[in-house]
Design a protein around this ligand. Sequence first.
Ligand SMILES: Cc1ncc(COP(=O)(O)O)c(C=O)c1O
Length: 370
Amino acid sequence: MAVPLLDLRAQHAAIRDEVVAAMMRVVDDQAFILGPPVDHLENAVAELCGTRFAIGCANGTDALLLALRALDIGRGDEVVTTPFTFFATAGTIHNVGARPVFADIDPDNFNILPQAAAAAVTSATRAIMPVDLFGQLAPLDAIAAAIPDIPMVEDAAQSIGATREIGGKIVRAGEMPAIGTFSFFPSKNLGGYGDGGMIVTQDETLATRLRRLRVHGGLKTYFHDEVGYNSRLDALQAAVLLAKLPYLERWSAGRRRNAAYYDAAFADLGGVKTPSVDPQNVSIYNQYTLRVERRDDLQAHLKSKGIGNSIYYPLPLHLQPCFSYLGYHEGACPESEKAAKEVISLPIYPELTEGQLDEVAGAVRGFYGH
Ligand SMILES: Cc1ncc(COP(=O)(O)O)c(C=O)c1O
């Protein structure tokens, strides 16, 4: 039995009537740009994240771009981030004219190492951009302790609803930093029917600036205080996301259940390391990522059995051709480079049946001779 890496149709089938009705309300109103669904989703996401403000935008990449602009980061500035992430994290730093500075990751959880981030800070550093990779929060508390005076932009594109216990308090993705950013790309735990993004902050001045930047830098029509972007969250997407939001916690719990199933199924396999979740964290498992021996052979084996899988990420960002001008060479971030050769992500979506979980687990176990 083939098992896809992600089956968006299975999720859609379960909620089709609600989502289509929500979309048709927008269509019937013919109010496609900002308006009530966007306002409602912003309020709901702010509540979910424990932030005072949430600002919808066109996608998770723009959320990062707007965040950097709102912090006045540009030419001559440096932003410290991880090389083991989706391209957008560093691409946006480059695109505001700043220089990405890469700090290596913790091999256990793939998130940026606070000590490495602190060591990468220079007099030009204007922000730290940790990524909550695969669904679990980066050690934001340790990063803030190591680098207390530099604002943090938390790239939480993959981690909406994830939490971390900090000083006895449950802190949610986006709640702690100067600015947190989310993506509603369809494969995220809360995915739209197209692109979408959101920015959260506790700071009213930043929130006003972000609202302005997403509409060409002017809150009064045809008057522009600065040059911004056209980066609004589409009202149709907001309506879809509002309809899906009540299910988010259930879906993330389903992913955790599937992760526990795989963890148990792979516990006795030599050559396979199941994902480590930091004891302070609750992961939403946007991805379930193993570290394995003979990764490329395992991938070929899974492919031959029709088991969906993917490599997130095969080439760390410091070694990408487009960043050769930064002067990094192999060996600069050894843990990221090692991870890129050993990781493989398996189907983890909440609609997986027990039969499908068995099929995936059996294929991995079969490869390692069990
Ligand atoms: C870590 C990370 N940052 C940024 C993004 C960019 O989000 P989007 O695809 O919505 O532009 C993504 C999503 O794909 C991501 O995974």
